[in-house]
Design a protein around this ligand. Structure first.
Ligand code: DGT
Ligand code: CA
Ligand code: CA
Ligand code: ZN
Length: 574
């Protein structure tokens, strides 16, 4: 139904007329039409088709003409005309909570504000607060409105939300009377982005725990505070906030609540159906037979009673997980399987830490090996290494490795795949490296066939072992390139080249669905952090969660191999 869109168009026309100072009568007439359309029960397109539009009270000939125009060609000439009379960025200011047509008109006429950026400047330098009709309170509200608009709707990347959730879980755990805390929701499932943070805890006095929760130091605003549930927002970085829900449950229901609130909703719907087919009732309080609780203290006992293995939470998306057997689940990749990290940068290119610092930090993670992969010469902004510098780097790392104890330091590079698919270094130089990661860092706008062909050419080079961040996407910042993932997976399977699951929280590339495809097709993966500083080595768990969501088993991930196996795997490729 176009009713709502049409109503919005008429309301917008009313607002635009008001910004331009048209007479009240015309403005109100558009708004009345907007309301009429919004309240209309019948589909306006059907009314037009049956020639009954004029029967609607309040719709005259002129209005009917505009409605017909919208339905026929998708636009209204008068609306376009109104938009043409003001700066392109101005109407968007109407969407800011706290800004109506009068205020938009005032900032435009008095302060020459033409778009959001101008408005933000006027707030910062105090000009807005001096404008008649604004004042400190209203400016504050508009500032908050902008912040809300800029952050709401945007889901938070997994790796950004998880450390915050863990810190909050710890604070909740320290509240009097709290026995146990757990992270639930999409965050527990390891989804690449999350809408909010869901926490669960065991306590007997729910109201008291919720009161302490909403009073935690980092809470920015309280959305709800009840006997068993509290909802707040907390700052995320300097300019954003995210919602956190806490639910308090009794001990005997903890597993059932954890299962329920971990979702996904689709998985839960299926599970509940399976329960009811077997004569049970399943809800967030437990698993019941004839009103008697038969399970619910732990998740495992619920799944077991229903004849299912303990389905790992990352798999709970109703993507076939109910058919998994326990033996398969045992083979899924875990953090404990990871023996090394094959993609990281030092100060030689754009990293922030030295070779020594990376090696020390990796040793602290009990890894068996790491692979140093600074950028190649064409990545000029990343201070990529010239051929001479790369030759030097190989010597430096090999010499360092000889003296360093407790961890093998391999030397590789992150070699640019040039726009025509050639590699940035000659083959003989690549041949001197242990493990070569080849990645795209330029010409990301290429057409599907071009960028796919380009990548396949790199995959086919026997000196390339891993394709780094294959789709180049940055969460919430840059979409994936047009690359045909199934095609590159096919080439990777044929050549034995591994595809990276880049674990940097900004990337997660390949994503979970790509991993699932790659695994089904028989490809090998490499889960790497692409660290540019030592703390980033800890991001491995984001990549592992992504790989688990894609049903990756440990035997398909090259950095679960021992050093010896890894080097033997590499030899087989040539
Ligand atoms: P998000 O927050 O959008 O990233 O995704 P979730 O999965 O964390 O969803 P959220 O926070 O709305 O709810 C947390 C969990 O609670 C969800 O995964 C499953 C459960 N849940 C919420 N609403 C419903 C519902 O209407 N039906 C069922 N079966 N489960 C629900
Ligand atoms: Ca959630
Ligand atoms: Ca929630
Ligand atoms: Zn890199």
């Amino acid at each position: 139904m176009l009713n709502k869109e049409l109503a919005n168009a008429f309301n917008l026309m009313g607002d635009l007329l008001e910004i331009q100072g048209a007479n009240r009568f015309r403005i109100n007439s558009f708004r009345r039409t907007g309301r009429t359309l919004k309240d209309l029960i019948e589909d306006v397109a059907v009314l037009v088709e049956e020639d009954r539009l004029l029967e609607v009270p309040g719709i005259g000939k002129g209005t009917a003409g505009k409605i017909e125009e919208f339905i026929e060609v998708g636009r209204i000439a008068e609306l376009d005309e109104l938009l043409g009379k003001m700066p392109d960025g101005l109407p968007a200011l109407l969407d800011i909570p706290g800004m109506g047509p009068k205020k938009v008109a005032a900032v435009w006429k008095e302060l020459d504000i033409e778009e959001l950026g101008d408005l933000k400047e006027a707030i910062e330098d105090g000009r807005l607060a001096e404008l008649a009709g604004f004042g400190e309170q209203s400016v504050k509200k508009i500032g908050e409105g902008i912040r809300f608009m800029e952050t709401s709707g945007e889901r938070v990347p997994y790796g950004e939300a998880l450390p915050l959730a863990e810190a909050l879980a710890e604070e909740v755990g320290a509240i009097d009377g709290v026995k146990r805390v757990a992270i639930a929701g999409s965050l527990r499932r390891g989804r690449e982005t999350v809408g909010d943070i869901d926490l669960l805890c065991i306590a007997s006095d729910g109201a008291a725990v919720v009161r302490s929760f909403v009073a935690l130091g980092r809470v920015a605003s309280v959305l709800a505070s009840g006997d068993t549930k509290g909802s707040v927002t907390v700052p995320l970085g300097s300019a954003r906030e995210m919602q956190v829900d806490l639910r308090v449950v009794p001990e005997e229901s903890f597993g059932a609540a954890l299962q329920y609130f971990s979702g996904s909703k689709e998985h839960n719907v299926r599970l509940r159906e399976m329960a009811s087919k077997q004569g049970y009732k399943l809800n967030e309080w437990g698993l019941f037979k004839n009103d008697k609780q038969v399970a619910g203290r732990t998740e495992e006992e619920i799944y077991a009673k229903l004849g299912l293995p303990a389905i790992p939470v990352e798999l709970r998306e109703d993507r076939g997980e109910f058919e998994c057997d326990a033996a398969f689940i045992e083979t899924l990749i875990t953090m404990a399987d990871i023996r090394g990290d094959l993609h990281m940068h030092t100060v030689a290119s754009d990293g922030k830490c030295t070779l020594e610092q990376l090696a020390e930090a990796a040793k602290g993670l009990a890894y068996e090996y790491i692979n140093i992969t600074d950028h190649s010469k064409s990545s000029a902004i990343a201070n990529g290494l010239s051929i001479e510098r790369m030759e030097q780097q190989i010597e430096t790392v090999r010499a360092f490795d000889k003296t360093f104890k407790g961890l093998k330091v391999l030397v590789g590079c992150e070699c640019d795949i040039l726009s025509n698919g050639d590699l940035d270094y000659p083959d003989d130089l690549l041949a001197e490296c242990d493990i070569v990661v080849a990645s795209i860092h330029s010409a990301m706008g290429q057409a599907k066939e071009v960028i796919t062909r380009r990548t396949i050419k790199a995959i086919e080079n026997p000196h390339v072992h891993i394709i780094g961040h294959p789709t180049s996407r940055l969460l919430n910042k840059r979409p994936a390139t047009a690359i045909d993932v199934p095609e590159i997976v096919k080439a990777a399977v044929e050549t034995g080249t591994a595809l990276e699951v880049n674990s940097a929280w900004k990337r997660l590339d390949l994503n979970d669905r790509h991993v699932r495809h790659a695994i089904d097709a028989g490809a090998m993966l490499s889960i790497n952090t692409d660290s540019h500083d030592t703390p980033q080595l800890q991001q491995m768990r984001y990549g592992v969660a992504t790989a688990r969501r894609g049903w990756a088993t440990a035997d398909r991930v090259i950095n679960t191999m021992s050093l010896k196996q890894l080097l033997a795997w590499k030899e087989r490729m040539q």
